[in-house]
Design a protein around this ligand. Sequence first.
Ligand SMILES: Nc1ncnc2c1ncn2[C@@H]1O[C@H](COP(=O)(O)OP(=O)(O)OP(=O)(O)O)[C@@H](O)[C@H]1O
Length: 570
Amino acid sequence: MMARFMSAAWMKQGPMLGILASFAIVPLVSQDPYALGVWTFLLLNILVVVGLDLLLGYAGQLSLGHGIFVAIGAYASGLLTTKAGFSGWAAMPVGMLAAALLAAIVAVPTLRLRGYYLAMATLGFPVMFDAAIRVTSQWSGGSSGIISIPRLKVGSYILRDPLVYYYLVLGVVAVVLLVVWNLANSRLGLKLRAIHADETAASARGINVTSLKVMVFVASATIAALSGSLYVHNVQFVAPDTFGLNYSLTLVIMLVVGGMGRIWGGILGVVLLGWMPELLREAATWQPVIFGSILAIIMLFAPSGLAGFVRRRSFFSPEEAPAGRPSVSSDKPVLAVRDIGKAFGGVQAVKGLSFDVCAGEIKSIIGPNGAGKSTALALISGAIAADSGTIKLGGHSVGQRPAYHRARLGLGRTFQHARLIPTLTVYENMMLGASVLGGRCEAEASRILHQINLEHVAHAFPGETNQYERKLIEIGTALAASPALLLLDEPGAGLSSAEIEQLASLLREQKEKGCAIVLVDHIMSLVIPLSDSILVLNSGSPIMDGTPAKVIADADVRRAYLGERSDVHA
Ligand SMILES: Nc1ncnc2c1ncn2[C@@H]1O[C@H](COP(=O)(O)OP(=O)(O)OP(=O)(O)O)[C@@H](O)[C@H]1O
């Protein structure tokens, strides 16, 4: 048992410890103070790029002015130590706090929106920072910068030896890297990858997308400020030119070349591109050409960066599946929808829709194409807001609540076109689904994988599975959250009759366990035998709600919908 634990721990920490060990032996190869200075500078850039990777590679948010957070750390240390009598150690957290504050101020309005708003907001940072330094030149030193910044001290010992400073910086980098590495390979990393791939799907899995994006941006800005502070106490000088737009873009390029979303990719990018100017010093005029050519070649032949050549390895593996949960049932409605409506411009997609679904009940919604079925599910799940009406989940009014909040209250859903996270393995997708429960989601993920018979594709990525498996995986990710209510949008589409039969038995099992299900589908051989009741929508409005027998016998329904189809009989 102990040996298994040790090998699992080594498997998880091993790669990062290996990288850190390589940096630890650098001084054994050369103790040339200049070379050590370059390596120290690279380590400081690794700090920034690794923080940027969390933001860009994991959460998919681009910051084009990230160098400014380094500048804030550098200037806070420079100013507070030269003008306010702070020690370097005391100035450091002030710079980090200032960077975190600025990041939060920028992030809260921009990261609520999807798209490149953060990139646009941060693009102006270098120019604004430069202007701010020049306007406040009396105390900030203007374009001449600040000189004679004191070195860090431990007691009366001044950290001026390049070798000592290298190991100090390496120690800080080691702590940050191990923390970031463990975060990236934890549930948080899965959530960030989910946000990157599909914010709507992430919200449906109970993830508060905005707050997570803000948190990561603030954390990466704080790490960047720490780097800036350590930098100025080494070079003892700071000027605004160091942190221009070029620097911020170079950070992004290092990450892109090395490979985003891997941590070690960013480190590789910094080392490769960081050493290049040194190696090409003789051909200084050719440097931009060579730099640009390398970037173009990487973008053409390895758009995922150098790390993209290595298949991502998951640190999560299915465990022994625990026993299933006991069944629950109650007559209280799990879902109560009253008079909801939604218009898209002139199109009234849903109008006057009301119904209840109790625990252990399957309610199907059918209707012709464009009848408003998917819109109804989107309104119930919170993917879009209703114009009118009320929605109650387990007695809680959720009409104004975002999708992630409804997911946390026990609403699971699938989409008309399966929305899995392509960058996560099947098992990790299950874990993401289960993560809304808190606690150890590995066990729940394993249980569902076993239940839907997909253990053989646990380590595959969704793109490597077939259509039926993808449908099951998406239902599985919803089931992993132990939903009280499950919304299914056309789960039967494109499946063979044998697959539909298997799907029906999986849904029957969920019903028996007390799950309330709302099923939207055109496949009557799935809908009719499975449903307790069927609601028929036509042009957004309900025209009938009753037992399957009553619905298929209704003349209006047959005219509006069923009469057009040949597979009506169960
Ligand atoms: N985001 C949107 N913007 C504008 N119109 C929309 C949007 N979503 C849906 N609609 C319109 O609302 C109406 C209902 O669409 P919805 O997708 O809900 O129908 P449906 O019953 O699910 O159809 P199908 O069976 O083809 O999936 C359609 O006229 C559709 O064009």
